[in-house]
Design a protein around this ligand. Structure first.
Ligand SMILES: NC(=O)c1ccc[n+]([C@@H]2O[C@H](COP(=O)([O-])OP(=O)(O)OC[C@H]3O[C@@H](n4cnc5c(N)ncnc54)[C@H](OP(=O)(O)O)[C@@H]3O)[C@@H](O)[C@H]2O)c1
Length: 259
């Protein structure tokens, strides 16, 4: 018997994709969503998940994602993994369009799909997971736009938990540190070479599956248990800017230790 039907955003790669695999293996029904439908179709072939392609920064896409997802059965959970960073500019050189993109993806996109599912979740009970970041709670030089967006996403989780108190909806925030995913740093910095530097000298960064494991654990607690927040980093990371790299003594490397 299905344990519930969960929408996972950002499911075409990285943490979202790993979360789909993990939840499917645990016996949930999962609806995977992201913009790249061909990747979702492949994931569906492999795992048996359902999928709907769409852009969470567009109202009409979000309405369609929710409508199609609900055809398969009532939704009991949402994992907000879609997001990401653009650039590493200091505030003095900040590009307004990069900040807008980050705000749209991490905050407003997450707001749209969360808001769209809320009525149903309140009625039947469920869980909303926000994958924010340690960047939702810290900052670092060059991180102004991303940390501002992630702080904003954190406020969605924190406010919602207050607004829903006493109702059967759990609100979970997961704050990962350095996670080695295929696309996150490449998309942020613009090249594979620049992305490799982020993980240089870190033999064991977190992997997407480590975060998926946290998501699945939080969701699988008994319904009266709300895991408010999990901060999870690799053992070699103490903060966004303090990473013990094996080619360096522990030192602050603000431009290369982003998460
Ligand atoms: N990797 C890290 O070190 C790290 C650390 C802390 C927190 N995080 C956060 O954790 C989440 C997942 O990270 P990740 O490393 O898995 O990122 P990723 O590999 O870059 O994946 C981002 C996902 O978001 C989707 N997406 C982006 N814009 C979208 C849009 N407008 N509409 C719908 N989907 C969209 C992408 O799919 P399409 O391109 O197919 O749409 C992709 O599936 C993000 O919110 C990230 O900020 C990451």
């Amino acid at each position: 018997m299905s344990k519930g039907r969960i929408i996972v955003t950002g499911a075409s790669t990285g943490i979202g994709e790993a979360t789909v695999r993990h939840l499917m293996a645990d016996g949930y029904e999962v609806v995977a969503t992201a913009r790249r439908g061909e990747r979702l179709a492949r994931l569906a072939e492999e795992t048996g998940c359902d999928w709907v392609a769409g852009d969470i920064t567009r109202d009409e896409d979000v309405a369609r994602i929710i409508g199609e997802a609900e055809i398969g059965g009532p939704i009991t959970g949402l994992v907000n993994s879609a997001g990401g960073a653009v650039g590493l500019d200091p505030i003095a050189e900040a590009k307004t369009e990069d900040w807008l993109t980050m705000y749209e993806r991490n905050v407003l996109g997450t707001l749209r799909i969360t808001r769209g599912l809320l009525a149903g979740l309140r009625e039947r009970g469920g869980t909303i997971v926000f994958i924010t970041s340690v960047a939702a709670h810290e900052t670092y030089p060059g991180g102004g736009g991303y940390t501002a967006a992630k702080h904003g996403e954190f406020m969605l989780a924190r406010t919602l938990r207050m607004e829903l108190v006493g109702e059967p909806v759990r609100v979970v925030e997961i704050c990962p540190g350095l996670v080695k995913t295929e696309e996150f740093s490449k998309n942020r910095l613009g090249s594979v070479e620049a992305a490799q530097k982020v993980y240089q000298g870190v033999d064991e960064p977190l992997m997407a599956e480590d975060i998926a494991d946290c998501v699945a654990w939080a969701i699988s607690r008994p319904p009266h248990v709300n895991i408010d927040q999990i901060t999870v980093r690799p053992v070699v990371q103490a903060s966004s800017t303090l990473i013990a790299r094996n080619d360096n003594p522990p030192t602050a490397l603000p431009t290369t230790s982003i998460a």
